[in-house]
Ligand binder design. Sequence first.
Ligand code: TYD
Length: 175
Amino acid sequence: MLLKQLKATEVKEETKMMEQTLVLIKPDGVQRGLVGRILGRFEDVGLKIKGVKMVWVTPEFSKKHYKELLKKHFYPWLEEMITEGPVVAIVLEGLHAIELVRKLVGATEPRTALPGTIRGDFAHHSYEFTDAKQRSIKNLVHASGNAKEAKEEVKLWFTDKELHAYKTVHEKHVF
Ligand code: TYD
């Protein structure tokens, strides 16, 4: 009986740690042919792909996705960049997935993003350069910043039907 109760508590704790997060491989990543390598970074750590699709973002949708940034000086450049070609949208699931994915993605400015991160390894844009050119930083990926953002963004980009329930081998080795 006690063992049963303990197990139920463990499952509850585990469920709290299990998170979903939204990742976009932005037009620069798609056009540079980096989709496979970027997705591979997330698969390598054992994150589960719950849903994936290619979407050409409209200016209206960009305003919904980047609603917190509409007043920033770089928003018009950001909208131009995110609508210039299709993106690959992905929902990833795993333990502490939101923080884990941000760690793998690296700092916003590729110039300062650490080696080993996606932005640090595959890009080198700086704010100094893009502000002078009046363009958006091209840093290949978007990843939800926190739990609230992740919840809203997964809902904005994917329907329940587009998120799939299946087992990965990691479930045997991690849980
Ligand atoms: P932000 O949400 O601050 O960063 P992150 O993508 O790391 O969560 O900004 C969104 C995007 O806007 C960012 O990925 C690149 C672009 N951007 C600029 O072009 N110039 C800037 O000065 C900043 C801060 C962001």
